[in-house]
Design a protein around this ligand. Structure first.
Ligand code: BG6
Length: 495
């Protein structure tokens, strides 16, 4: 289905995100004939930019970041729709002029006035831009639709996220706000719902009676690189947990929605996040491990100490690694720990959810005591091994009973041939057709921040105390193992 005719207005059009992801994704949509027939692409820039210069710059971006060979006819058609408009929220007159220009463009292109404003800007620009859009009437409905797409990070803690939601909701309705979390653009993440709810065999055992615990791992090899000033203010917890890791957690832990629509799915996701158990300061310290990386080697690259990165404070106490233990207070999950970990500059890239089932209740095979049997894990591989694996025990062929762990594997690439994509295509397409299912609702965002706030508060108070270190290229701080070993458990080993 093709989206309605519309204007697609990008703020932050000269930035990295637009060049790397948004325009390559629009290109892929154009190549699949999924852009509206009548379409205006508007890039909003500060003074000095022209449509021609912007076209050149985006074309150069495409040649670098497109996920498939660029066909000039398609890129030409896409960028022919491009107009650069100069506007700066510090200069209200520029927004008045923009409103007029946009109206004229829409009349010329006959788009019917539908507008999507994509804020691919640093977060401190979200509100000033939205307010100007509101003041000039560009967000008024006038018989057409209006949508506001907001990138992450959405706030820096519970109070700021609430304040931002409050302000945006004065300007547009909840269903008109599309808060992006790029994890929801991943096929493997969307598939968690299908795995659970399009199969009859998992759901009956998907609960505290059969599941011992859940592990969510997002290990990255990448260090902080050139993002020092952003990252040092942010840290691993804020950067990854309330958004990406909680997307994984909520899809794995939510109750079945009554329908596959935005309202029902998002309500269940928000509910499960709201059920994450609160923590006192002492509990938050006991149930978390934070670490910062020291120099080391990853493959052929030498990585410097985190504190030596440009724009990182020399005595920084910002964590580049975090591991947490969370509990969910509801009937399905009472007593089942969710262990989460994520970090930068680690030895191996791995994004996965591993669901550990309870051991067999009784040791019938004397050869192997129950505790030595391989653990029954169902592993949802998000990256780089996209697929699902089930680990179980098998008899080793031979005259006596010997038992060993084996794995049954589904790999996407064995079954499906997908065009390489940026991961933004579905998200951008859904914004254009008005489907919010893959976007964060205000209550989910706030529930996510609420769940991590005790850690933020406890760490702020503790400052450097309790901050562990780990060598770049390692598995992270040792203490992250103790978070599980003290419960008689361990992180799933690779291979
Ligand atoms: C971003 C974070 O949101 O997600 C980055 O700001 C992180 O620090 C990235 O590297 C991880 O995304 P992915 O898709 O590579 O797991």
């Amino acid at each position: 289905k093709k989206p309605d005719p519309c204007s697609f207005v990008i703020f932050g059009v000269t930035g990295d995100l637009t060049h790397r992801l948004v325009v390559p994704a629009l290109y892929n949509l154009a190549a699949s004939d999924l852009l509206p027939d009548r379409f205006c692409l508007v890039g909003v820039a500060r003074k000095g930019m022209t449509s021609d210069k912007l076209r050149q710059s985006l074309l150069k971006g495409l040649s670098q970041f497109a996920t498939r060979p660029v066909d000039e006819a398609i890129s030409g058609r896409l960028l022919d729709c491009l107009t650069c408009i100069e506007a700066d929220p510090k200069d209200p007159a520029s927004f008045d002029a923009m409103s007029k220009q946009l109206g004229e463009l829409e009349a010329a292109r006959n788009t019917g006035g539908n507008r999507l404003f994509y804020l691919a800007t640093p977060p401190n620009a979200f509100l000033p831009i939205s307010r100007e859009l509101g003041r000039t009437g560009m967000l008024a409905e006038n018989g057409a639709w209006r949508r506001l797409v907001v990138e992450k990070p959405f706030g820096t803690d519970l109070a700021s996220a609430k304040a931002l939601n409050g302000e945006l909701l004065k300007l547009v309705d909840e269903h008109e706000i599309y808060r992006i979390d790029h994890y929801l653009g991943k096929e493997t993440v969307q598939n968690i719902l299908v795995l659970r709810f399009a199969n009859g065999m998992f759901e009956p055992i998907w609960n505290r009676n059969h599941i011992d615990h859940v592990q969510i791992t997002v290990d990255e090899q990448l260090g902080v690189g050139h993002r020092g000033s952003f990252y040092d203010q942010t840290g691993a917890l804020r950067d990854m947990v309330p958004n990406h890791l909680f997307q994984l957690l909520s899809l794995v832990a939510m109750e079945p929605p009554i329908r596959f629509d935005a309202h029902s799915v998002r309500a269940e996701k928000a509910d499960v996040l709201a059920a994450i158990q609160g923590q006192s300061e002492a509990e938050a310290l006991r149930n978390s491990v934070r670490g910062q990386y020291l120099a080391g080697r990853i493959g052929d690259s030498e990585i410097a100490d985190y504190r030596k990165i440009e724009d990182v404070a020399r005595g920084s106490t910002t964590e580049t690694y975090v591991a947490l233990k969370l509990m969910i207070d509801n009937w399905r999950w009472a007593g089942v720990p969710f262990y989460l970990r994520t970090g930068k500059a680690l030895g191996v890239k791995r994004t996965e959810v591993a669901i550990k089932f309870k051991q067999a209740p009784f040791a019938m095979f004397n050869c192997t005591p129950v505790e030595r049997l391989a653990q029954n894990f169902l592993v949802i591989g998000v990256a780089p091994n996209e697929g699902i694996a089930l680990q179980f025990n098998t008899k080793v062929p031979g005259p006596s009973i010997l038992i060993d762990g084996v794995e049954m594997k589904f790999r996407y690439k064995d079954y499906f041939k997908a065009e390489p994509s940026t991961g933004y295509e579905t998200l951008i397409y859904d914004c254009m057709i008005g489907d919010n299912i893959l976007f964060q609702r205000a209550d989910s965002v706030e529930a996510g921040w609420k769940a991590v706030q005790p850690f933020l508060d406890a760490w702020k108070k503790a400052e450097a105390e309790g901050l562990k270190t780990y060598k770049a290229g390692s598995e992270g701080p040792q203490e992250a193992n103790e978070l599980l070993t003290r419960d008689g458990r361990s992180w799933r080993k690779l291979g």
